[in-house]
Write a protein that binds this ligand. Structure first.
Ligand SMILES: Cc1cc2nc3c(=O)[nH]c(=O)nc-3n(C[C@H](O)[C@H](O)[C@H](O)COP(=O)(O)OP(=O)(O)OC[C@H]3O[C@@H](n4cnc5c(N)ncnc54)[C@H](O)[C@@H]3O)c2cc1C
Length: 482
């Protein structure tokens, strides 16, 4: 039975609906009427992009979509390195849905609108002497984007960031507004905290936080094989451990972070972060597009730039975040922690073989290695297992393209052999047949979305392809040049 609100909405004449939506519609003539993801690797021109500022406007958008039989894709800041956020129908931009709604410092939670970026959330939380429990490499993303893709930081005792969500308020495809948590509509909740935007529009998120803290980070480098032999010792030695591996230099840069009472003492390197680190490396990478062998030298040079032991103490999010640099192709898979060593060694052997071949691959750097605790979220790549995340990257210097497909396909074959699961925000080729074997609760996820959204209003091409097995080309939203 429709709620009072939806009954009122359905009474609005179509022309009035258009007029109400006009002020929040990005004009077709605006450059913002076209969407590309941050990595500049996927592009789309939606039929309309709406930028609502409140829940009522979101209701209006869903009402129009229902009447016109359109699909709706919520989007945060478009940082997903795949076509996950792309659509040719209605795009609902959540940037302006970014308000803090409740702070409970005593019970250590906040309620915030889903469109808030993590960096704005850090600033808001700091006012109450609070902080997020764990954060990934960047804080540009929207909180809802982070939650729906099971974005992770690092720490073998820390789950993906969705594990910190206590409750959600959603607008469903039928226009109803529901709250869900582990105690209330728990199936919808578990499906939505890694829901890829297809269970409904996340309006509000109740998020567990902790008192603001400083992190002390110690960084040092060791040869690859020594790190592999002492992997358990290193991974369990600090709260948040992550590695950046430079295969051609046979070196792993290790970062160990722990909550600290020591005074703030930032440890940035000017050479790395500005002149040399950023601009020179970008220029060299650009030249490396033409002289492939140069990429090995650049990787070794970048490795040298960050060598040596460093110690720094700073606000948690400052230490958690790193400089991800230039637009890029990137992929990342989660392998069970017990397979991490064998997987990384196989990757090493393969990359060494390529290096020996004069026409072999000369990849960019580094390989990023992180860890997370098991969880019970149906589509989380950490579902039921301690996880080692392994990510690779091919930068696009000055936005110019570089070869990446052969590298990514070789990498994917290896991580898949080690029971890897792809990061949902990153491009992959897995079909529902494979995914349902990889995720024991995959069918439950499909059941929930079929129940709350039988017509598929929230399903874009990515969802059609990977969840429902429709033959939508993975290159549907690629530019022709790539
Ligand atoms: C430089 C860089 C660094 C990164 N670092 C990490 C990292 O350290 N760890 C990691 O795990 N990932 C990382 N990622 C991936 C990133 O965290 C995810 O892609 C995240 O989803 C991006 O958030 P967004 O706001 O850009 O979401 P978008 O890309 O805009 O959208 C992602 C998904 O969220 C859905 N969505 C967005 N808002 C809503 C809403 N309100 N309701 C329902 N669904 C919604 C969209 O429909 C889509 O399915 C990184 C990506 C980049 C480019």
């Amino acid at each position: 039975m429709p709620s009072q609100r939806t009954a009122q909405l359905s009474d609005i004449p179509l022309q009035n609906l258009y007029s109400l939506l006009e002020p929040i519609t990005i004009p077709a003539s605006s450059p913002r009427a076209k969407f590309s993801n941050w990595g500049q690797t996927y592009y789309c021109t939606p039929l309309a992009i709406f930028e609502p500022e409140n829940e009522f406007q979101c209701q209006l958008i869903l009402e129009l979509a229902r009447r016109e039989g359109r699909r709706v894709r919520p989007v945060g800041v478009g940082h997903s390195p795949s076509d996950l956020a792309c659509t040719k129908e209605f795009m609902l931009q959540t940037r302006k849905l970014n308000r803090m709604l409740e702070v409970n410092a005593e019970k250590r939670y906040v309620v915030v609108q889903g469109g808030v970026t993590l960096q704005d959330l850090h600033a808001e939380l700091a006012k109450y002497n609070l902080a997020m429990i764990n954060v990934g490499s960047i804080s540009e993303q929207s909180l809802a984007g982070v939650v729906t893709t099971a974005t992770h930081g690092s720490g073998i005792e820390y789950g993906v960031m969705s594990t910190h969500v206590l409750a959600l308020t959603l607008l469903l495809a039928d226009g109803s507004r529901v709250t869900c948590s582990r105690n209330e509509r728990s199936d919808l909740f578990i499906a939505s905290i890694c829901g890829l935007g297809c269970t409904g529009l996340i309006m509000n998120i109740q998020l567990a936080v902790e008192p603001a803290f400083l992190l002390k980070e110690v960084q040092d480098s060791l040869p690859f094989e020594e790190v592999m032999q002492r992997l358990d010792e290193f991974v369990y030695s600090s709260e948040h451990v992550r590695f950046w591996w430079f295969p051609t230099a046979d070196s792993v840069r290790m970062s160990f972070c722990d909550r600290s009472q020591e005074p703030r003492n930032p440890a940035g390197s000017w050479w790395w972060h500005t002149l040399l680190g950023y601009h020179l490396v970008q220029l060299l990478l650009f030249i490396g597009r033409y002289i492939l062998g140069l990429n090995t030298w650049i990787a070794n040079f970048a490795c040298w730039l960050v060598s040596g032991r460093t110690v720094g103490v700073d606000d948690s999010h400052v230490i958690f975040n790193v400089d991800c640099r230039y637009p890029q192709h990137t992929t990342e898979w989660a392998v069970p922690y017990h397979n991490a060593r064998s997987c990384l060694r196989e990757l090493k052997a393969w990359l060494a073989q390529e290096q020996q071949d004069p026409h072999g691959l000369r990849p960019h750097f580094p390989v990023e290695i992180r860890f997370s605790a098991p969880d019970d979220i149906w589509l989380s790549p950490s579902y039921g297992q301690k996880t080692c995340w392994i990510g690779i990257v091919q930068y696009k210097p000055y936005g110019f393209n570089v070869p990446y497909r052969k590298l990514f396909s070789g990498y994917e074959k290896i991580v898949a052999r080690h029971q890897g699961r792809p990061h949902w925000a990153k491009a992959h080729e897995l079909t529902p047949e494979i995914l349902s074997k990889t995720y024991p609760r995959f069918d439950d996820f499909v059941r929930v979305i079929n129940t709350v959204d039988p017509r598929g209003m929230f399903r874009n091409e990515y969802i059609q392809r990977h969840i429902f097995g429709r033959p939508v080309d993975t290159r549907f939203y690629k530019s022709r040049k790539e």
